[in-house]
Design a protein around this ligand. Structure first.
Ligand code: PLP
Length: 379
């Protein structure tokens, strides 16, 4: 099988697994315990905190470990709302459900939700956000890179407007981290979400990076772990893996971007030659992500056929949760519903190479040919 779905998740990098193994075997201490085993676990968690902090240019004390991107996004949305009087929360129309859903839940506490649109390339424009901010706003959340299109958002410019409106500015950097340089200070945000399993670390670990002055109510109350921001015995092995993965991601970032850009170009040239339409092609984009559709082929059908041919890809509908129907992201970009339902995503990663792109395109020819023959028989 050739894996082309790295925005869904990535395999654990071998050095990351090696770093984790002792904490799944003999180093099983509770990081809060005072004995030796506890101290070893505590040191490992703090080393991971330093590694994650260094990867995004913050102090270790700004890293709150969570169970992943979903929890980090819930923590900022609900946690910031709980310490402020109800107002408007502004999210972009292309946010992951784990930002959008907690925002919608805030309506029960008297908040209103504004979803700001994107342009035809899938990018939030600063003037669109500025218009939404005419209403008193407590929180703004716009992702750094979109999981479906890979479109990179002008977060620093958007943050300028949010700060002008005295709103807390958050960015979900889950898909950007490890694929483009992500510096917390440069983004001008007060909080930022990260996830381990998108950067060749284990599932079930992530972080909310916070400005220390940010007033936030924790989601989980209890023993006061993570400086009171996230109670619960630390998942030491997963946190260690996240730290190692973050460090490794920074080491290979530039080389991977340079290596992936021509692969993306090769793939997209091949798709275009076959009549495929590439979404968000005009936006600044992640070098690993290609989102496309063939006008006559259902996205799900293509993904299933490609799976049968040995290629793991994703259909637009499956890019997030179990929501089916046309991609919300493409609809927000103004793509017509029929074409949006045909979207397929390929997201490349460390193990992919040019030969695999060529093999994929050859397999695609076979699949498209077969589907055309079937359609001709059915007609
Ligand atoms: N945010 C974005 C943009 C994502 O793509 C994902 C995962 O698909 C998440 C958040 C959720 O992260 P996690 O799987 O760690 O909960």
């Amino acid at each position: 099988m050739i894996y082309l779905d790295h925005n869904a998740t990535t395999p654990i990098a071998p050095p990351v697994l090696e770093a984790m193994l002792p904490f799944l075997r003999e180093q099983y201490g509770n990081a809060s315990s005072r004995h030796d085993l506890g101290t070893v676990a505590r040191r490992a968690v703090e080393q991971a905190r330093e590694q994650v902090a260094a990867a995004v240019g913050v102090q270790p004390g700004q890293v709150v470990f969570t169970s992943g991107g979903t929890e980090a996004n819930n923590l900022i949305v609900k946690g910031a709302a709980a310490t402020r009087p109800p107002a408007q929360i502004v999210v972009s129309g292309i946010e992951h459900p784990c930002v959008l859903e907690p925002a919608l839940q805030l309506r029960r506490q008297g908040w209103t939700v504004a979803e700001v649109g994107v342009d035809a390339e899938g990018v939030v424009r600063a003037d669109t956000l500025a218009a939404a901010l005419r209403v008193p706003t407590g929180i703004v959340s716009v992702m750094l890179a979109n999981n479906e299109t890979g479109a990179i958002q002008p977060v620093a410019a958007l943050a300028e407007h949010a700060r002008g409106a005295k709103a807390v500015m958050h960015t979900d950097a889950v898909q950007a981290f490890g694929k483009i340089p992500v510096r917390f200070a440069d983004l001008n945000v007060q909080a930022m979400s990260l996830s381990s399993h998108k950067v060749y670390g284990p599932k079930g670990a992530g972080a909310l990076i916070v400005d220390k002055r940010l007033d936030l109510q924790p989601l989980l109350a209890g023993g006061g772990h993570e400086r009171g921001m996230r109670s619960g015995t630390e998942n030491v092995a997963a946190i260690v893996g996240f730290g190692a993965a973050a460090e490794l991601a920074m080491l290979v970032l530039d080389a991977e971007r340079e290596r992936l850009a021509p692969l993306q170009a090769r793939l997209e040239a091949g798709l275009s030659q076959r009549g495929g339409r590439i979404f968000g092609a005009g936006a600044p984009r992640l070098a690993n992500t290609t989102y496309f559709a063939f006008p006559d082929v259902e996205g799900e059908t293509l993904v299933i056929q490609l799976d049968g041919a040995g290629f793991a890809t994703a259909s637009g509908a499956a890019c997030s949760s179990h929501h089916s129907g046309p991609s919300r992201v493409l609809l927000a970009m103004g793509v017509e519903a029929a074409l949006a339902g045909r979207a397929v995503r390929i997201s490349l990663g460390r193990a992919n190479d040019a030969a695999q792109i060529d093999t994929f395109l050859a397999a695609l020819d076979e699949v498209l040919g077969r589907l055309q023959r079937l359609a001709a028989i059915a007609a």
